[in-house]
Design a protein around this ligand. Structure first.
Ligand code: 5GP
Length: 201
């Protein structure tokens, strides 16, 4: 069995990462890493499903105990990836998707050079503003901060292995699945296939 691949997926808040990932995650062989955060849950979010919602103290305890693969401070809150589930799932041969912002993504690229990184662009800044307004879960002030942050993040998209756009949802889902498939078909990951053809009658 091959070890799974670690995928890093970033894109500005409101670019539609969550909607694309919800489709891609219907595939049983892909595990979505549930992050920890100190931000408050949004209506409809559940602890342990969308995030592990932690106090600042508890989050810092995890950092000190080396329990985080990466973490970053984003718009005034901590966000981080609990290390153990990621390592366990990869060892079991599953792909793991980290949906994380750029600072954390750059740290993971450095620590795990074999990870495959994907940046998701919105079709335009105007459309991003429209989507954030439509979501209606943030105040005007938070939306402005997130848009400013979005510009900073998009300027770093060229540090990722792949850059895709989320205009049409079906196209975007297909694009991300193609990246995952291409990774599976790389020769480094195909040793078992070659052996199967050679040695299984
Ligand atoms: P939101 O508050 O909209 O759920 O997330 C804000 C940003 O934090 C998003 O760009 C999201 O991808 C990122 N994020 C979520 N979890 C993590 C994490 O574990 N680590 C890092 N570095 N960023 C995260």
């Amino acid at each position: 069995m091959n070890k799974g691949t670690l995928f890093i997926v970033s894109g500005p808040s409101g670019c539609g990462k969550g909607t694309i990932l919800a489709e891609v995650l219907k595939n049983d062989n892909i595990y979505y890493s549930i992050s920890a955060t100190t931000r408050d849950p949004r209506p409809g979010e559940t602890d342990g499903v969308n995030y592990h919602f932690l106090t600042k103290e508890k989050f810092e305890e995890l950092i000190d105990g080396n329990g985080m693969l990466e973490y970053a401070s984003y718009c005034g809150n901590y966000y981080g990836t609990p290390r153990k589930p990621v390592e366990d799932m990869l060892a079991q041969g599953k792909h793991v998707i980290l949906e994380i912002e750029v600072q954390g993504a750059l740290k993971v690229m450095e620590k795990c050079p074999e990870a495959v990184s994907v940046f998701i662009l919105p079709p335009s800044m105007k459309e991003l503003r429209r989507r954030l307004n439509k979501r209606g879960t943030e105040t005007e002030d938070v939306i402005e901060r997130r848009l400013e942050q979005a510009g900073n993040e998009i300027r770093q998209a060229d540090k990722y292995d792949y850059v895709m756009i989320n205009g049409d949802l079906d196209d975007a889902v297909r694009d991300l699945m193609s990246i995952i498939k291409a990774q599976e078909l790389k020769k480094e990951n195909s040793e078992y296939l070659i052996n199967e053809v050679l040695y299984n009658a």
